[in-house]
Design a protein around this ligand. Sequence first.
Ligand SMILES: Nc1ncnc2c1ncn2[C@@H]1O[C@H](COP(=O)(O)OP(=O)(O)OP(=O)(O)O)[C@@H](O)[C@H]1O
Length: 425
Amino acid sequence: MEIRDLEVHFQLRSNALARLVGGGGETVKAVDGVNITLRKGEVLGLVGESGSGKTTLGRTLLGLVRPSSGQILYGNQDIARLRQNKMRKLRQRLQMVFQDPHAALNPAMDVRAALGHPLRIQGLVRNKAEERARVVEALERVGLTPAEQFLDKLPSELSGGQKQRAVIARAIICGPELLVADEPISMLDMSVRAKILELMLELRRDLDLTYVYITHDLATAKFFCDRVAIMYLGRVVEIGPTEEIFADPKHPYTQALLAAVPDPDPERRIPRELPRGEIPDAAAPPHGCSFHPRCPFAFEPCGWEARDLQALFERRWTERGEEVFAREEHLVEGLSDLPSGQETVRLPVPSGRNASELKSLLDDARAEAPDDPLWRGVEDIDVEDGQVTLRFRAGIDPELRTVGGVDVACHLHDPDLKPPENAGY
Ligand SMILES: Nc1ncnc2c1ncn2[C@@H]1O[C@H](COP(=O)(O)OP(=O)(O)OP(=O)(O)O)[C@@H](O)[C@H]1O
């Protein structure tokens, strides 16, 4: 499967006030320019924090979500443009295993009906006897044996692990080629998680399956995947063989995710956190590299903008306390209203104060932390016409480039852009 320049944008409905003043709704770029070649027989992991676009990408590959642009080439068809009737036929070959096996099964349908349903829809059986035989075969494959004992069971009579096995049986019953498994074990008991992954590996071998495995859990991705794509705000920031990604992660986001994986050895276990800040609002992603506000190694070209300056002052006040906050807050209160994504911004001077006071505050803050990545990204601070003008260095969108055995989208690995000596990565 070839995924080319895939974009999935969701238009959020605007609120009443925004409509009144003529503003449209915001757009979330859930998938924002993804290129991946899925190889036959591999397990590809899509890994990232909540909101990074993993589920949307997985669902789009199966034709369950219409992309805004791009291609999903499968055989000689483009799933991105396929009509409903052709998609229905193709669905036999492309299946999904969902996170919640309880929700995936109709509580009123016994196992036999639930598994037989796709066979009937796809016209793959001629009569009840054939259907029963196929259902029994699928149940045996997923370890629900003796199959006869499970045929009449309702989902409520199955354990969590058994339910997920039944869901997997339903996914493989039509003979698929590709399975998208969205957090297939995260809602199961610890004791059955490894067994379900082992079952899936067994099925891959026996049935020649290809998997896309969606997870935020790097530990299972390490065990289960041949390749891993790390996603952040709709983009793939690093992709490569699992072994290489784990041995030598290149993107600071991958490094942070890996550092946050708890070490099973209690002697070596140290509390580690993801880098500062939360995952940003997907409707207003940061300028340049979306990870730059949280990146410990960000430097000049990473895409600095007004809201980064606001975040810098917020950190400063958290560190320095009430008194500094009371003194400075009023002077920089206009920061929160500044447009994002612009390289030149004019900071409004509050009434009763003057531009040189605001400039000196910025100069002082800069002099105190000249190596803060934000200040390295500020070209100059001037007073013009009674306003303070701040010019950021031009931000560049990082593209995936091959570094060693992986592809990574990070300026630290661009030989034309020189990260500072003390970048420390
Ligand atoms: N139908 C929708 N309408 C509007 N926004 C959506 C829709 N589906 C997803 N989104 C948004 O798209 C972004 C990506 O969501 P998605 O569920 O694909 O991420 P994810 O990485 O799978 O997260 P999670 O692990 O929480 O499921 C999020 O910001 C989400 O709010």
